[in-house]
Design a protein around this ligand. Sequence first.
Ligand code: SF4
Length: 398
Amino acid sequence: MQGRGVDEGRKERELSIYIHWPFCRSKCPYCDFMSIPKSDLDVNNSEEYKEVEFLLLKDLKNSLRELESPFVKTIFFGGGTPSLMSPQSMEKIINFVVKNYKTDSNIEISLEANPATFSRQKLREIREAGVNRLSLGVQSFHDRDLEFLGRIYDSEQAIKAAETVASTFSNYSFDFIFGYQSQTIDDLKNNLSMAVDFGCPHISCYQLTFEKGTPFFCLLQDGKINQITETQEVECFRFIQDFLKEFSLNRYEISNYALKNFESKHNLTYWRYKNYLGVGPSAHSRLVFGDKKYELKKFSDIDRWRESLYGNLSAYEEKNVLTDYEQLEEIFVMGLRLSEGISIKDLKSRFSDSMLNPILKRISLLSNENLFSNSETQIKLSENGVLKQNSVLEFLFN
Ligand code: SF4
């Protein structure tokens, strides 16, 4: 897809756009994302659907208008379940960006899809609308796991959806959730083998987490389900990494594995601490205005988000300037997730010696404990350090 042209000399204005679709068919018991369960939202006729489509576009237009010459590198439809959107809605959003802003000639346009929400025909229409990367939330190919995770499809539907995605897109990802007591390493192996057999070029493996306010958190508190042990966590992590490596799917981020050149460009924006704009209720942004970097968040409450847009107000619930130290901390939180790590040259060009040196001293202490494996140019965690990332960050910044 070609936009109004490229703008290579203006790297500081590079932008990724995240669009948050706020509805799902039903709520999964482990999920704490902003999503409203709606089993009956009619994408063709309902007024409510049309209104949300209109508001997302308005939010996008208002937000982009505030930015100086953005050069759009990626668009990501997330949620919620954005595969419930109509391909026509996706096309309107994509066309608005591509026709009005400068875009990368290789712009990546991704969509998260739930296996129960599309047919082969719809997926083709989604591709024709301009989406060129599909991220399928498989979670597992096994009925017992899908039932436990409260997913709205069975293994047969998951396999069929995977086949449809693999035959419609060349750039796609399968997401899996691991790390619960009823799942064995053999189950995990089976899931990954199936993904590899499809020829899947990108796989995300997320460990199940128990977030406050979710039904799974309550079950955990009541002792009705258990977390896996730390030893099991390490065993799963090592297994996934070693298994996928054999098929050239290399870990490039703590939970993400890809063939060369199939890494998610959009997600790399977050991990490399570049600028991104979040559109839709609850969406976060990191943007530069003038010479200051801001953290911004749209209203999470859908009514307040809606009202602010009708009032022609910015839909930001929060807009805070990030201090240099906060930015440094965020760079480490995101960058240490990456296998490539953090560029030392970039750090030195952005931060003063007095701010950087205490952190570098602590890193050198941790290197002696085999938690870092830095190169001449990059600060990066060792494999041992990856497994202790939270404690490392606490040591560096507390
Ligand atoms: S489908 Fe995804 S966003 Fe929706 S409730 Fe389940 S995990 Fe959350």
